[in-house]
Design a protein around this ligand. Structure first.
Ligand SMILES: [Zn+2]
Length: 663
């Protein structure tokens, strides 16, 4: 008998699903491992003869499969899972994720969030992941300590991020990170320009050059939503994929997350540049982005991987669920049950997924020479029984793995031949400690959000650019029968008009049952002076409940006002502030700034065409600074009202929105 060769581990007795090019499946198979690499794959009988193993793992009744590859994730966001759901992407991202991230994301957050995710992924049979986040060196550290294989992409955006006040700093940070990690065996650094809508061409070009210089991947989000694609067409005249391809982003190892809304030309570009496409089925569904064209991409020869995306939009990192969805969603969408077979879906998380993220020289299949990243799946669960009985069809094992198996069926996991999970117990991470640290950080975020959700000012501040004013104002309003009287008053000898304008104002008032919370006005202000062609202005104003005092002919109002430019849509703010009710008021406003009695006043002639507050109104207002000043101005207002022929009993002391509500 020939001398037996020594190996470290022999996995023997299960169904070996090799995911090699031929799709070899070996019943009663075995895998021999030495020095972290696979040295042989064959039948248990054959390999037990050839090899003497330091340790033999009996895998009878189990499947031996390549470690799963999560092709797109933001693993520290596990700390944000469950934080908000059922929102539009922009509300989710700009209303919640970015404000919370800008306040809480630091090295500590990233490290502990990453440990939580590594623990979850290992328990579910994921051995490699592609990440993109901030403070990526902490993701890299957690991945290294956990024993996982990872591509860690340092995120760059044109906006300030938690780890870079501007993108020059972000790019510099990325270079340092890559320099520090690019020789590591398991943890591969990468550069991750976030997306075309959060980056510019300079960021993509510089990132591509950096990726090429170090031979590391470039990870980015592309064509996630239909709106993103439409906006790119309007802005740059091409699809997001064509745009970044032209900026050289796919020159080396491109990884494009999502690719939900892509066409044949985009697919050809991905294939031509050997860039992987990584849809994230759950996230794409949950954020209502859509269903990627899996079968078309496969037909076009694109390397399709599969990802979980961040746990804040998924909300777990169970790759079995993603594989399951990648197989069944295309069937439902196309009406054809033959598209995307179980085997093809499983390839997305293994062999093809490895090609999509440029790790196929190391992992993705069980073949001699590859690293020993291996998962052993228990086939004894009731939901998976009677696997693997249907041997008449060798590929039936894929049906069990894709349509029945769940992360809880994973029994052992190894990376580089080293166990990270044995009999479902984590060996490189302390599960209780991981959980405790995660909860401690979540408690702080919860405190912040519970205060912010009630306090409208905090909510406005969270979306940026706020100016505060304390207003002390003398004002009066009257419903008019005869608008011509106002023009006559303006022409009278004591009045000097310093400025005149005309505009249409579309106001949405977001109102709350508790008036003490204040109210938020979203205003679209459109100049309509003859000849003026100005762009509409949008702003957001929070007014707190005023204190008011009555004077003859006027009221004095003092209140805090907070205004901010409104750079998002009315719909965004309505969903973000979640008011108890909304009041819409559209008015035509003719406005004059005048001097009367040596004082500055604003005179508004407002026409409200519809709704309960319908009518023509005169408003006279002036800023005031003291009680005496207010009294003097109220007296001057009285004189102007007299010039218009308005007597005190016709005065209104409410705002338009209150008139609209109270009638
Ligand atoms: Zn993502």
């Amino acid at each position: 008998m020939a001398k037996q060769e020594q190996v470290d581990v022999l996995l023997a007795g299960g169904t070996v699903v090799t995911m090699d090019a031929a799709g070899t499946i070996i019943r009663d198979g075995a895998v021999a491992i030495r020095a972290g690499a696979i040295v042989a794959v064959g039948t248990a009988a054959e390999l037990s003869k050839r090899y003497k193993a330091t340790s033999v793992e009996d895998c009878t009744g189990q499947a031996i499969v390549p470690g799963l590859i999560n092709g797109h994730a933001h693993i520290p966001m596990s700390l944000l899972r469950g934080i908000v759901a059922d929102q539009q992407l922009d509300v989710w991202l700009f209303g919640y994720m970015f404000p919370v991230e800008s306040r809480f994301v630091n090295a500590d957050f990233v490290y502990h969030g990453s440990r939580l995710s590594c623990a979850e992924m290992i328990k579910g049979g994921t051995t490699s992941f592609v990440d993109m986040y901030f403070f990526e060196e902490e993701v890299a550290r957690a991945a290294d300590e956990s024993g996982m294989r990872a591509i860690c992409g340092q995120t760059v955006m044109k906006l300030p991020t938690p780890d870079a006040p501007n993108y020059d700093v972000g790019l510099e940070r990325s270079r340092k990170f890559i320099e520090q990690w690019h020789t590591h065996e398991r943890v591969i650094p990468a550069i991750a320009p976030h997306a075309p809508y959060t980056c510019n061409s300079d960021i993509y070009r510089t990132s591509a050059a950096l990726a090429r210089e170090y031979g590391v991947p470039l990870v980015t989000h592309l064509s996630e939503t239909a709106r993103e694609v439409q906006e790119a067409q309007e802005l740059v005249g091409k699809s997001p994929i064509a745009y970044v391809a032209d900026l050289d982003a796919f020159a080396d190892k491109g990884i494009a997350a999502h690719c939900v809304h892509i066409d044949k030309n985009d697919m050809a570009l991905l294939k031509q540049h050997n860039a992987g496409a990584v849809p994230c089925p759950t996230s794409n569904l949950k954020l209502a982005s859509g269903v990627a064209k899996y079968s078309e991409m496969l037909k076009a020869g694109v390397n399709v991987g599969i990802g979980t995306d961040g746990p804040a939009s998924n909300d777990d990192q169970d790759l079995w669920m993603e594989v399951h969805l990648a197989a069944i969603l295309p069937k439902g969408v196309t009406g054809d049950p033959t598209v995307v077979t179980a085997k093809q879906a499983f390839m997305m998380a293994t062999s093809m997924g490895a090609r999509a993220v440029h790790l196929d020289h190391l992992v993705g299949s069980l073949e001699a020479g590859k690293r020993a990243d291996i998962v052993i799946v228990d086939l004894g669960g009731l939901h998976i029984t009677p696997a693997p009985s249907y041997r008449y069809n060798p590929d039936s094992i894929y049906n069990h793995l894709v349509y029945s198996a769940r992360s809880g069926d994973v029994r052992h996991v190894m990376v580089d031949g080293k166990y990270l999970l044995r009999d479902r117990a984590l060996l490189t991470l302390d599960e209780d400690e991981v959980r405790r640290n995660a909860i401690a950080i979540a408690d702080q975020i919860n405190q912040f959000l519970s205060e912010r959700e009630v306090n409208l000012l905090d909510k406005i501040l969270a979306v940026g650019g706020v100016k505060q004013q304390e207003i002390f104002e003398v004002q009066v309003k009257a419903r008019l029968d005869n608008a011509a009287a106002v023009e006559q008053m303006l022409q009278s000898s004591g009045v000097t008009v310093t400025k005149a304008s005309e505009r249409t104002q579309y106001d949405s008032y977001f109102m709350f049952d508790d008036p003490q919370r204040g109210r938020v006005r979203y205003r679209e202000d459109l100049r309509s002076d003859p000849g003026s062609r100005l762009e509409p202005k949008y702003n957001l104003t929070l007014t707190m409940p005023p204190t008011r005092g009555e004077l003859p002919n006027a009221v004095v109002i003092s209140r805090a006002r907070y205004t901010a430019p409104a750079d998002r849509s009315r719909r965004f703010y309505r969903e973000y502030f979640a008011p108890d009710h909304v009041v819409e008021i559209e008015k035509q406003r003719r406005r004059w700034r005048i001097l009367y009695g040596g004082e500055d006043f604003a005179v508004n002639l407002d026409t409200i065409a519809t709704g309960p507050a319908q009518g023509v109104y005169l408003e006279i207002k002036s800023r005031s600074w003291s009680a005496r000043d207010a009294e003097e101005k109220a007296a001057l207002i009285g004189e102007m009202l007299a010039l218009c022929g308005i007597s005190e009993e016709h005065l209104l002391k409410q705002e338009y929105v209150d008139l609209a509500v109270s009638q």
